[in-house]
Design a protein around this ligand. Sequence first.
Ligand SMILES: *Cc1c(COP(=O)(O)O)cnc(C)c1O
Length: 410
Amino acid sequence: MNTINDLLHEQEENLRDVFRSIDHISYENQSRMLDMFRQHKVSPGHFAPGTGYGYNDLGRDTLESIFAQIYGGEDALVRSQLISGTHALSTCLFSLLSPSDLLISACGRPYDTLQRIITGKGGLTEKGVLYCETAIAGDCGCDLEALADAVQQRPKMVLLQRSRGYNGERRSLTINEIEAVIETVKKVDPAIIVLVDNCYGEFVDTREPCQVGADLAAGSLIKNPGGGMAPGGGYIVGRGDLIEKVADYIVAPGLGKEIGPSLYDMRSVYQGVFVAPHVVGEALKGAALMAGVLSSLGLSVSPASTEIRGDIVQMIDMPNRKTLEQFARTVQGFSPVDSHVRPEFGAMPGYEYEIIMAAGTFVQGSSIELSCDAPLREPLRVFFQGALTYQHARRVVAELAKLFIKPDFQ
Ligand SMILES: *Cc1c(COP(=O)(O)O)cnc(C)c1O
């Protein structure tokens, strides 16, 4: 046990500057968040659940105004009626793209669940939307030259994913890189809509995609922006005219943002959003420690412990299926909920491969809470993310280290 403690301490020493810069970003974002709450005079009345049509739902409208400002948009939709990140993104795509419009996914294939929405049964291409993807660059970021060429075809929309997702071929994009991608697109035609899949990227930096020129950004409330407390929902922020179109599509033409009751107690959403900048910092520190400790034990990780991160996802290469299963079972076994459950590979809706998931979470499937996922495909890789507290991540890293420190580890 001593050796593992030494190992953790050693890595924490190495990460001192990294942790300091994470603290700095959390502080900036927390300060801005606090200012928003003060500016909007948030009070207990905002937490009451709206009912019926939800006309003049103060809690919902104020929350949407806070989201719009914090993410640099003109307007926002933050709704329990948006079930997930996939639903929020799918809604943006279906409401804004018409037959014969071209959609370009910059930086390779989009996230697994979006591929089905775009090219699968009932997807966009079946409805006549044209679609192509541009290349991943040599450094695993976005190939700007390939993108500059592709946008000459005048797409209606460019889809850009901030996180790596569960993709080992690409990495996450920093906010500066997102800015460069958007500049590349807008230089050809400012009317091209840039939609950023912001999942796992929120509050990792002090700026958000709409603050560097994105027209829309969308994500899930059971990831970063819900702070581990929001019981569910999704958000879309961005240009006012586009948000109006998306809202009309979700509800009905002409009804748009005016209706849609919050239905549940909004306190947990407000509280979750408020603590999100801190919780994201905890998750980032946990990921960095995981990378440092496991790479020191000979595993291949991405990003490296001290690399600049664009999302909260930590990828770790696994030597074989058995070790991968042990990894997931350790993460599950050291979770606060369902620690006695044994994860197995199985089919998941929206995913092409069988997946093993460890999610001993308070909110079902919440991945701002400490969790990991791995698709059953070669090369075998596990994607770890989230932690409500750094200390929880640290404890799990200590347990995982035991798996790899054993003399019989191959
Ligand atoms: C999680 C995720 C999604 C989908 O979000 P869900 O809420 O799981 O539907 C989309 N894109 C990326 C990059 C993600 O990480």
